[in-house]
Write a protein of this length. Structure first.
Length: 257
């Protein structure tokens, strides 16, 4: 009986050891796969094409005539909506597919996308963005960008439009391998049907620690600022210095889930 008891104990110890070792192996394998997912998460990339559809601005408003007789003192009020040359907007739609291509662009297989989700990005930086370092912008970064863009008008300057001191309302998002929780970034919502709103067309101010990146979460063919259907809308700052008559180039990236 004693021999049988010891035999059973040895069997139980061996089974426990196998279970523990097997569990450790499973944990290690899981960690490896999670690490691979992190390492191979695709960063935002440039689009294959960028096709300009329209490029328009508000027409100049004609003068108003006011005629009174001599000897009279006339009081009147004026109102005006002035086209803001310190900002500009990007609006459009997105098409795409998933593909397996080689270095020459030859495709072995691809998949059409019925409903596209993802992000569109715009930045003044012509070189590489450090995507692994991208996160919400803050007051320091926005103040620096405002200074570089000569945004010193208290009514519409960059760091007032994207207010880092207020809690933004936006969905969570991935930027490459970086997860950004909801409601953590300076955020605006561009208009729908000519009216302010806060449920769609979210745009966040991000930074890689050096460069400002504007990100908007793609919608799926929904009503935009003018009643037409769009996938994205965003605004970006223009050089606000007095007498500036040129334009600032922005570089766009796209990320499709």
């Amino acid at each position: 009986m004693e021999i049988e008891k010891k035999f059973k104990q040895n069997i139980e110890k061996r089974n426990l050891k196998i279970f523990v070792n097997g569990s450790l192996i499973l944990i290690v394998i899981t960690m490896i796969f999670l690490s691979l997912n992190f390492l191979f998460a695709a960063n935002p990339s440039g689009s294959d094409t960028l096709t300009s559809v329209t490029n328009e601005t508000k027409s100049a408003v004609g003068t108003k005539m006011f005629n009174v007789s001599g000897g009279y003192l006339s009081t009147f009020n004026l109102s005006s909506t002035v086209q803001n040359s310190r900002w500009k907007a990007f609006i459009g739609n997105v098409t795409g597919s998933f593909t397996l291509d080689d270095s020459t662009g030859a495709t072995i297989y691809d998949w059409s996308i019925a409903t596209i989700t993802g992000r569109v990005y715009a930045t003044r930086q012509s070189g590489a963005i450090t995507w692994a370092s991208v996160n919400c912008s803050n007051a320091t970064y926005l103040n620096t960008e405002a200074s570089l863009m000569y945004h010193n008008n208290v009514n519409d300057q960059l760091n007032k439009t994207f207010n880092a001191s207020a809690s933004g309302t936006h969905d969570s998002l991935w930027v490459g391998s970086v997860f950004i929780p909801a409601n953590t970034c300076p955020t605006i919502n561009t208009y729908v049907n000519d009216v302010a709103q806060d449920s769609s067309f979210e745009e966040m101010a991000l930074s890689d620690g050096v460069n400002t990146v504007y990100a908007t979460i793609m919608e799926e063919d929904i009503t935009g600022y003018d009643g037409s259907k769009y996938d994205f809308q965003m605004i970006v700052p223009e050089n606000g210095s007095s007498g500036f008559s040129s334009s600032t180039a922005y570089y766009t990236y796209i990320e499709i889930d």
